[in-house]
Each structure stands twice: as structure tokens, then as C-alpha cells.
Design a binder for this molecule. Structure first.
Ligand code: ADP
Ligand code: MG
Length: 596
């Protein structure tokens, strides 16, 4: 290869730039819709074919483009939005680099139809691989319509990186969802393969739009926040503690109406919930931070998903304090929610944890549900003390000589309602009760799934509302879900209906489980194989079914858990890879006491 320096042709330069801006169909959708919003559109419709991998069409009623300017749209650094460098600190529009259109045109075929309201004739332009094939007068409605096809046709390497159509479609819908959240004044309509998939009619205000987009569940379990500090305002909605998700993806942050990801703000949100919701559960939130454009730099990331705040510490404090204050005012709803603002009083009997014996039957109790755990033990105990009540049995058991052991270690007690403490020959062992139970359940699920998990129809099918993107993701897994006993059907564009549940896991809330599975499916891993996704679904089931941290366990429960754990393969780590047990050797302890 020659080592001489050459200036790259514009075509190659655009293709390289496209790599930063146009990663996948969803990035095209985002750039086009942002341009429509920048053009003042109040009506935007998006049509996707094959998850946006085959074609993307965006139609708006915005200001349109003059014929003389049409060619400029596709030139790099051609923009109508800024004139000099200082302007980028003041821009209120999404775009300003003039990079998106040339980038998109360099990797796809573009057909543009546009007319300014006060012009009689419109303009049609066709571009292929970045070069203009045709610009001609054409009749069309006021506004702009852009059709993108042959996406990545000339960049096969990139095409290979695309995921399944369902995943790409989900990502396109996510991109639209974010824009719809921040722009209640704009009507959105989305068609997927010719069918209506999502529509957001004009909303009166932000809260109406949020309810429309985030779904009923969230809007029934959220709190309004509104705070102002100096020239920064923070408004939005945060979830009540009883509404949790299995990852932090439902925390939406908008800075001056622009969706951004910011680890520090996410951290601030999580810190406010830390003492209130369980470990490894996450809140949902839609937050709008508005501040003078010169106090935030949006020019950090090519796809502009990251920003830099001038006073990031101040922003952090505002977010965490506002949320914490609002949460402290939330009244605890009664019911069996897993969160507690104050540590629960310890119960000496197991009554707080066990359901009364009458509440389960052999048919409804799962193989290893909590009830079943109890049944297994009770059966064992009842043979010894038939006439005693449950409570008596418990105390009797505690007094009895029979010791609880786990691989030759003797059970000493429960610490922090979460860790089981054992004394072994080689030292002290702590077991995380949730992690342990999660692993036990997962391994049994996997074993049973190899045949087929028996499902039990729900008396009342349950409708679970999701985002359109999540519904799209589900559609690819319906068969697998049926194999594991979970019967679901797509129910419109933003809900699914659960018809049957794995008989072995009767006590989980379908709504919570479905939301966890949706989170897992939406998670972006580098190369998610189908197998990996299936394992994640099973892990989500196990996580929901497992006993939680912060639960007092009775001796029987501990005994059953130990017995099951001994028989379980991979009993060193939980499905998320965290350790199930930690041990401290005698010599380590002696060293700590400076005996050695
Ligand atoms: P930027 O948005 O950063 O200015 P783009 O490459 O996305 O750059 O777009 C270039 C220009 O094309 C915009 O500045 C705008 O003038 C024009 N344009 C693009 N899409 C539309 C649209 N839907 N309606 C009106 N003008 C548009
Ligand atoms: Mg743009």
C-alpha cells in the first residue's frame, strides 16, 4: 500500500461521517424527525418497512425547502440553523452541523419532495450514493416528504451489523417515542409495514403526552415534580416506589427538549431511590431540565446523545434533592409492596412471610414456589406434630434439636434480613438469600423447559401496557414464551395480553414479569444470540419468583433453601453473575483480630 497522503474524495468522507451519525435505521428516523420538528412541523408521520431496514418515509407539514436550497441540503456543513461558531451555544434546534442529510444520502437512496407554503410548485430530488440524480419541479403538499431506501446497500459491512427486523423496528419506535415525549405539540403517526403502530394525537400539555406514551401503568404510579434553582428548571414525572423496572432504561432525560443520556443525572435519580426500592430494581422517570443554552454544551457526541453541563454538580444536587423530597411525601400504599421507607419490624414467627396454608392448593402451588417450599417442610413436620398450628410448629421447630446445615456448615441466623450466616469447618459463610433462590429457580426452570413447562390459564387474561417498541420486540418471542408456559398475544400497538402463566410460578404478578421481560429483550448486548435472549427471559422469571432481600426467613425456609441449593448446579453465582456465598476463613478472621 502506498504511504502517500491523499485527500479523501467527498464521497468517501461522507461515508465515514455517516458511520458516526447513521449507525442503523433508528438513527435515520431520529435525524429525519428532528429535521421535521426543526422545520416547525406540527404533524409528522413515519412509515417503516421491515423494521426500517427496507425503507423509511417521513412526511411533515413543516416549512419546506426552496428549490435553490435543495441541493445544499445534501452538502456537508450546509445548514440553515447556524451562521457562526458562537451560535452553537445558543441553538434551540436539534440540528446545526449540517451533517445528517449528506451522511444519510451517502449510504442510501433518497427521494425528497418538498414545497414551501407560499410557493405554487414543489421540488422533487433523487439521490443515489450521495450524488444528485434529479432535481425537478413537482406538485406536492406544503411540507417535506423524504423516502429512504437501499439503506447501507453500498456499505455491506454495516448492513451485517444490523440486528433482527424486530429489534431494529423496536429501536426506531424508541427513537420516535423519545421525540414524542418532548414534543406534545406535535402529532405523531407511525405505520409499520402498512399498519398503524403508534399514534400520539396533539396533547394539551406535557403530562397528557407522557401518559399517552409511557402507558397507563406509569401514569397511575407517578408523582409530578417541579423545581427551580437559579436559572435551571427541573420538571417531569417520577415513578412511585411501588413501580419498578429491572433496568434503568425507563429513566428519560431531556435537556432543553433534547433526549440525552447522562450517567451523572441517572446516578442522581438512583441515589434518591436507593433506600426506598430494592437493590437492583430501578425507577422510571421522565425529566425535563431546562437551562440557558450557553450553560450546556451539546456538541460532545456525533449523534448528540450526550451533553456537558457547566455546573454538573449543581445539576446533580438539584435532581437528587428534588426527587428525594417528592418521594418522602409519597404515602405508602398499603399492600404487599416490596419497598419500605423504614426497616420492617422483625417478626419472630413466619406469619408475615408465609401465606396461610389454606391459600394454596396442590394444583395452584408451583413446584418450588414459596408456598411449595412451605408445603415441603410442613409435610415433613406434620408427620411429627400433626395437631399443632402452624405457629406452634415453627417455634417447635426452632427449639428442636434438628440443626439446619448447608454442606456441613451450621446455620447461625439471618443478618440484615438478607444474608444467611453459617459456621463451617473452614470459616464463616454468608449466603445471599435472593441470589441463592434465584439460581435454584433458574436451574429448575431450565431443566423443566427442556421438556415443556406446564402452563396454567389465568382466570382473567391480563392486559399489560407496553411501549410500541417493546410490543415489537415481544412479537419475535411468542413461540418461545409459549414453550416456557407463558401464553401472550399482541393486543393492539401498545399492549399484550397474558393468557396463561407457568404453573410452577403462580405467585408472580403478570404485569411485573412482562415488564421485566420487555426490559431484558430491549437490552442491547453486542451480539445477542437467540439462546442468550431466552436465557435472559428465564432469568427474569427466576428473579421475580425468588424470595427478596430484606425478608425475614423462618428456619424452615432456610432449611428448604439450603437443601435445594445443595442439589443445584452452578450454585456459586446468581444468574446475574453475582456471588451467592462469600466465606471468611478462620485464618482471615484471626488476622483481623490480630491474633496472627
Ligand atoms: P442540520 O439539521 O444539522 O442543519 P441536516 O443535514 O439534518 O443538518 O439538514 C440540512 C438542512 O436541510 C437543514 O438545516 C434544513 O435547512 C434542511 N432540512 C432538512 N430536513 C428538512 C425538513 N424536513 N424540512 C425543512 N428543511 C429541512
Ligand atoms: Mg438535522
Amino acid at each position: 500500500m502506498s504511504k502517500r497522503i491523499v485527500v479523501l474524495s467527498e464521497e468517501i468522507a461522507n461515508k465515514i461521517a455517516a458511520g458516526e451519525v447513521v449507525e442503523r435505521p433508528a438513527s435515520i428516523v431520529k435525524e429525519l424527525v428532528e429535521n421535521s420538528i426543526d422545520a416547525g412541523a406540527t404533524d409528522i408521520s413515519v412509515e417503516l418497512e421491515k423494521g426500517g431496514c427496507q425503507s423509511i418515509k417521513v412526511i411533515d407539514n413543516g416549512e419546506g425547502i426552496e428549490r435553490e436550497d435543495v441541493a445544499l441540503v445534501f452538502e456537508r456543513h450546509a445548514t440553515s440553523k447556524i451562521r457562526n461558531f458562537e451560535d452553537i451555544y445558543k441553538v434551540a434546534s436539534f440540528g446545526f452541523r449540517g451533517e445528517a442529510m449528506p451522511s444519510i444520502a451517502s449510504i442510501a437512496r433518497v427521494e425528497l419532495l418538498t414545497r414551501r407554503r407560499d410557493n405554487l410548485a414543489g421540488t422533487k430530488a433523487i439521490l443515489r450514493a450521495g450524488s444528485i440524480q434529479e432535481i425537478a419541479p413537482a406538485g406536492c403538499p406544503a411540507g417535506t416528504q423524504i423516502l429512504i431506501t437501499d439503506i447501507f446497500a453500498n456499505v455491506p459491512a454495516r448492513r451485517k451489523f444490523l440486528k433482527t427486523e424486530a429489534t431494529e423496528q423496536g429501536l426506531c419506535l424508541d427513537a420516535i417515542t423519545r421525540l414524542a415525549l418532548a414534543h406534545p405539540e406535535v402529532r405523531f403517526k407511525v405505520k409499520v409495514n402498512g399498519r398503524d403502530a403508534f399514534s400520539a394525537p396533539e396533547a394539551r400539555d406535557s403530562s397528557e403526552r407522557i401518559a399517552m406514551v409511557m402507558g397507563e401503568d406509569f401514569s397511575n404510579h407517578c408523582v409530578l415534580i417541579n423545581a427551580q434553582k437559579e436559572n435551571v428548571s427541573l420538571t417531569g414525572f417520577i415513578s412511585r416506589p411501588e413501580f419498578t423496572k429491572s433496568n434503568s432504561k425507563s429513566i428519560y432525560l431531556f435537556v432543553n427538549k433534547r433526549f440525552v443520556r447522562d450517567n451523572s443525572v441517572t446516578h442522581a435519580v438512583l441515589s434518591a431511590y436507593r433506600q426506598i426500592i430494592e437493590a437492583r430494581r430501578y425507577p422510571a422517570a421522565v425529566l425535563f431540565l431546562d437551562l440557558p443554552p450557553e450553560d450546556v454544551d451539546v456538541n460532545v457526541h456525533p449523534a448528540k446523545m450526550e451533553v456537558r453541563f457547566k455546573d454538573s454538580r449543581g445539576i446533580y444536587d438539584l435532581v437528587s434533592k428534588t426527587i428525594a423530597q417528592n418521594l418522602s411525601g409519597v404515602e405508602l400504599a398499603s399492600g404487599n409492596f416490596v419497598y419500605r421507607l423504614k426497616p420492617r419490624e422483625k417478626t419472630t414467627t413466619s406469619s408475615g412471610f408465609w401465606r396461610p396454608k389454606e391459600s394454596f392448593t396442590r394444583e395452584s402451588a408451583g413446584l418450588f414456589s414459596r408456598q411449595n417450599l412451605q408445603r415441603a417442610i410442613s409435610d415433613d413436620l406434620l408427620t411429627r406434630s400433626v395437631n399443632q398450628s402452624d405457629a406452634d410448629v415453627v417455634t417447635d421447630y426452632a427449639r428442636s434439636e434438628k440443626k439446619i446445615t448447608f454442606t456441613n456448615s451450621r446455620y447461625l441466623g439471618q443478618f440484615a434480613d438478607t444474608y444467611l450466616v453459617f459456621a463451617g469447618e473452614n470459616g464463616l459463610v454468608l449466603i445471599d438469600q435472593h441470589a441463592a433462590h434465584e439460581r435454584i429457580i433458574l436451574e429448575r426452570l431450565k431443566k423443566t423447559a427442556a421438556q415443556r413447562i406446564i402452563s396454567q390459564p389465568l382466570l382473567m387474561p391480563e392486559v399489560v401496557s407496553l411501549s410500541p417498541g417493546q410490543v415489537a420486540l415481544f412479537s419475535g418471542y411468542i413461540d418461545f414464551l409459549r414453550e416456557i408456559g407463558l401464553e401472550v398475544e399482541i393486543f393492539g400497538r401498545d399492549a399484550i395480553v397474558v393468557k396463561a402463566f407457568p404453573a410452577m410460578l403462580p405467585q408472580i404478578q403478570p404485569r411485573e414479569l412482562i415488564s421485566d421481560i420487555a426490559d431484558q429483550l430491549g437490552e442491547q448486548t453486542s451480539m445477542p444470540s437467540l439462546q442468550e435472549k431466552k436465557e435472559k427471559i428465564l432469568a427474569a422469571l427466576a428473579c421475580r419468583a425468588a424470595i427478596k432481600a430484606n425478608h425475614v426467613l423462618s428456619g424452615e425456609e432456610v432449611a428448604a433453601l439450603c437443601r435445594d441449593l445443595e442439589e443445584t448446579p452452578f450454585n456459586l453465582t446468581c444468574p446475574h453473575g453475582r456471588p451467592i456465598s462469600i466465606s471468611f476463613s478462620l485464618s482471615e478472621i484471626e488476622r483481623l483480630f490480630k491474633r496472627k
